[in-house]
Ligand binder design. Structure first.
Ligand code: DAH
Length: 342
C-alpha cells in the first residue's frame, strides 16, 4: 500500500517543478490520471482487510483533495504569471522616447557658400546663378579669349560630346555668369555668382576636378580700382574677422585690365609666416581686376560710359583655409566623422 502522505509530498514536488500551464497539464495527468499512483492505490484498497479499508480509504480521499487543491493553486499562480508575461510583451511603454530620425547637417561647402552670400548681400550685392554646361563663347570668347588664345591653357577644360567638337563644355570658372548677367540686365550691376565648376585636374590635397567658385561683378558709372580694393578688404574682414586683411598683387587675366591676384593674411600664422604660406604671411585666394573694355565691347556696353570690376575665388579653398583642412578630398568622401563636426 502506498503511503498517502508520500503521494502528497511527491505531488508537491512535481507541481513546484511545473513552470508552465502546459507542463502543469502533464503533471495533472501523472497525479490524478487513470494510471496515477493515486488511482493505483485506490484499486489496491480492495486487497486490504475490510476493517482497515475505511481508514485507508479516508486517507487516500484526503490525499486526493489535498493534491487537487495544490493543483488548483499552482494553476492559478501559473495563469497569473503567464498573463503578466503577455501583458509585458504587449504593453505600450509611453515613457519611452524613441531616438527619432537623426538630422543631417549642411555640408561645409554649402555653408561656406551661404555665409559668403550673406556677407555680400549685406554689402548690397544680389546673388545670381548660371548654367554649369556652357558654350565656348560664354566660357572663353566673350571673356576676351578667342579660339587658340594661349590663356585658354590656364584652364584644363572638360568638353562635352555635343554639337561641333569643343563648343560645349563644363564651365571652368564662374566668370561666364558675368557675361550672362551683363547680357540679360545690363548695368548697373552689383552681383555675386556662386556655383560649381569643373576642370581636368588630378585630385590632390588642393585640387579636385569639381569645385566651387564665387564670382563678383560691379558695373556702374565711375567705378574705380579703389572700389575693388575696398570691396575685397571689406569682404575679407567681414568673413574672416578683424585680424585678417587683404592685398592685391599685379597679375594677368584676359578679361580684366589691370588684373590682380588677391591675397589674405594667412589664417594659420596670422601673418607671421609659416609653412602653409611659404613664410610670406599671405595666402592667395583669387583673381580680380577692372573689367576689360573688350568684354564690354562684346556685349555692346559702352566702356566710355560704364566701368566695373570683377573678382572670383574658390569656395572650397576658402573653407579649407578657414577651417584649417589639410586635404580637400575629405569634402567629397562622405566620411560621416568629418561631416558631423560641422
Ligand atoms: N575666373 C578666374 C579663374 O577661375 C578667376 C577670376 C580672375 C575671376 C579675375 C574674375 C577676375 O572675375 O576678374 O581663375
Amino acid at each position: 500500500m502506498i503511503d498517502p502522505q508520500e503521494l502528497t509530498r511527491r505531488a508537491e514536488q512535481l507541481l513546484a517543478e511545473a513552470t508552465s500551464l502546459d507542463e502543469l497539464h502533464g503533471v495533472q495527468v501523472e497525479l490524478l490520471g487513470k494510471r496515477s499512483a493515486l488511482v493505483e492505490a485506490r484499486s489496491a484498497l480492495g486487497k486490504l482487510d475490510s476493517s482497515e479499508r475505511p481508514a485507508a480509504g479516508r486517507l487516500l480521499q484526503q490525499a486526493r483533495q489535498e493534491i487537487e487543491e495544490m493543483l488548483a493553486q499552482r494553476r492559478a499562480a501559473l495563469e497569473q504569471e503567464e498573463r503578466r508575461g503577455r501583458l509585458g510583451v504587449d504593453r505600450l511603454d509611453l515613457s519611452e522616447v524613441p531616438p527619432g530620425p537623426t538630422r543631417g547637417t549642411v555640408h561645409l561647402i554649402q555653408r561656406t557658400r551661404d555665409e559668403l552670400e550673406d556677407v555680400f548681400v549685406g554689402m548690397g550685392f544680389v546673388v545670381a546663378e548660371g548654367p554649369e554646361v556652357e558654350t565656348d563663347w560664354y566660357n572663353f570668347e566673350a571673356l576676351n579669349m578667342p579660339p587658340a588664345h594661349p590663356a585658354r591653357g590656364m584652364w584644363d577644360t572638360l568638353y562635352l560630346d555635343l554639337g561641333e567638337p569643343e563648343t560645349v563644355l563644363l564651365r571652368t570658372h564662374t566668370s561666364p555668369v558675368q557675361i550672362r548677367l551683363m547680357q540679360e540686365q545690363g548695368p548697373p550691376i552689383y552681383a555675386v555668382m556662386p556655383g560649381r565648376c569643373y576642370r581636368r585636374d588630378t585630385p590632390d590635397a588642393r585640387h579636385i576636378p569639381i569645385f566651387h567658385q564665387i564670382e563678383g561683378l560691379v558695373v556702374d558709372r565711375g567705378i574705380s580700382f579703389a572700389e575693388l580694393a575696398g570691396t575685397i578688404e571689406t569682404f575679407t574682414t567681414a568673413y574672416f574677422g578683424p585680424d585678417i586683411h587683404s592685398r592685391l598683387r599685379p597679375s594677368y587675366f584676359p578679361f580684366t585690365e589691370p588684373s590682380a591676384e588677391f591675397e589674405v593674411t594667412c589664417t594659420i600664422c596670422k601673418g607671421k609666416g609659416c609653412r602653409t604660406c611659404s613664410q610670406t604671411g599671405w595666402i592667395e585666394l583669387g583673381g580680380c581686376g577692372m573689367v576689360d573694355p573688350a568684354v564690354f565691347a562684346a556685349l555692346g556696353i559702352d566702356s566710355e560710359d560704364w566701368t566695373g570690376f570683377a573678382f572670383g575665388f574658390g569656395i572650397d579653398r576658402l573653407a579649407q583655409m578657414r577651417h584649417v583642412i589639410p586635404d580637400m578630398r575629405i569634402f567629397y568622401e562622405n566620411d560621416i566623422r568629418f561631416l558631423r563636426q560641422i
